[in-house]
Design a protein around this ligand. Structure first.
Ligand SMILES: NC(=O)c1ccc[n+]([C@@H]2O[C@H](COP(=O)([O-])OP(=O)(O)OC[C@H]3O[C@@H](n4cnc5c(N)ncnc54)[C@H](OP(=O)(O)O)[C@@H]3O)[C@@H](O)[C@H]2O)c1
Length: 284
């Protein structure tokens, strides 16, 4: 496949894995963008520095790369203010170039009180990150209607450790209090599953929202225990069960995604966290 692929946010958790797996998924020509992080020399493809919030820089990037497929993995809750402007610029440029856009969104577009959520469920986020992700989805749909908007959940992996597990493990190991909620449900998604699905969607005609996540939801507590077990860590008494409803945090309770449409559409198998952990164990 000689498709020219552009991966944004390749220094980030998801974008880096997409860039690592792209060649194996048949993408021979890849350009990966970074912003503040120095790009990894050993990663496949060509590195391109761009501030995606700057429309002129994005236009220049598209002129230089002439991408046919764009996987927009840049700008997350760690760069919340950039979510909407970067997505507007990418969606506009992709539409003008006639490029296939695969945009990553989040289960946090939902309120957490009406799970499971299918693709056509109403959005009603409960925090600023979720509101930014809804606005970014709307920008994609109006500026680049042929795009696919992939809603996913907690993304995890061990090589390297995902942001949230690293934070939990560091705090657990240093004796800090770690509260894992027993009334908060997510569909934790292995980064490899997500990356392969995004790469596959680059070559499909599907337009609109698609849920790509674990077909089995887990409580935060159970997911935490699964990761501790995988990492051979015995949690101490500082790792405690807690209730989201008592925490005062602005977080949705149950964001379980209905992934039946993606299961029917994709060749990429959507693994449960337990199945993903088995695969990770077999590799190591
Ligand atoms: N991780 C999850 O659990 C999860 C769950 C659901 C949805 N998502 C979505 O998945 C996508 C990827 O998330 P992630 O966790 O991989 O994010 P991440 O690790 O925080 O990486 C995001 C990357 O965006 C880049 N970026 C930020 N501002 C930029 C700008 N103005 N111009 C260009 N690049 C910029 C950064 O590049 P530099 O480092 O080079 O500055 C950063 O490496 C996001 O859309 C996120 O909302 C993630």
């Amino acid at each position: 496949m000689s498709t020219r692929l552009l991966v944004t946010g390749a220094a980030g958790y998801v974008g880096r894995r997409v860039a690592q797996l792209a060649a194996g998924a048949g993408y021979a020509h890849m350009v990966r963008t970074h912003h503040r992080t120095i790009p990894e020399a050993q990663l496949a493809g060509t590195a391109y520095a761009v501030d995606l919030c700057d429309a002129a820089q994005v236009a220049a990037c598209f002129d230089a790369v002439q991408p046919q497929v764009v996987i927009h993995a840049a700008c997350s809750n760690r760069s919340e203010a950039a979510i909407v402007p970067s997505t507007e610029n990418i969606a506009r440029a992709a539409a003008a170039a006639g490029a296939r856009l695969v945009h990553i969104s989040s289960d946090t577009v939902h309120d957490g009180e009406h799970a499971p959520y299918a693709e056509d469920a109403a959005t009603d986020p409960c925090n600023n990150y979720g509101r930014a992700k809804v606005a970014a989805e709307q920008a994609v749909r109006s500026l680049c209607p042929a795009a696919v908007v992939v809603r996913t959940s907690l993304v995890f992996g061990i090589d390297p450790l995902d942001h949230q597990t690293r934070w939990v493990v560091n705090d657990a190991n240093s004796g800090k209090l770690v509260r894992l909620f027993t009334d908060e449900w997510r569909s934790p998604t292995w980064v490899d599953t997500l990356a392969y699905a995004l790469l596959e969607l680059g070559n499909l005609n599907y337009s609109g929202v698609l849920n790509v996540a674990s077909p089995l939801a887990l409580r935060r507590w159970d997911f935490g225990m699964l990761m501790f077990d995988l990492l051979r860590i015995t949690p101490g008494p500082n790792v405690q069960r807690a209730l989201l409803r008592d925490s005062g945090m602005e977080r949705a309770r149950d964001l379980t995604l209905d992934v039946s449409r993606a299961q029917a559409l994709l060749r990429t198998p959507l693994l449960t966290p337990q199945q993903a952990v088995e695969q990770i164990r077999m590799r190591s």
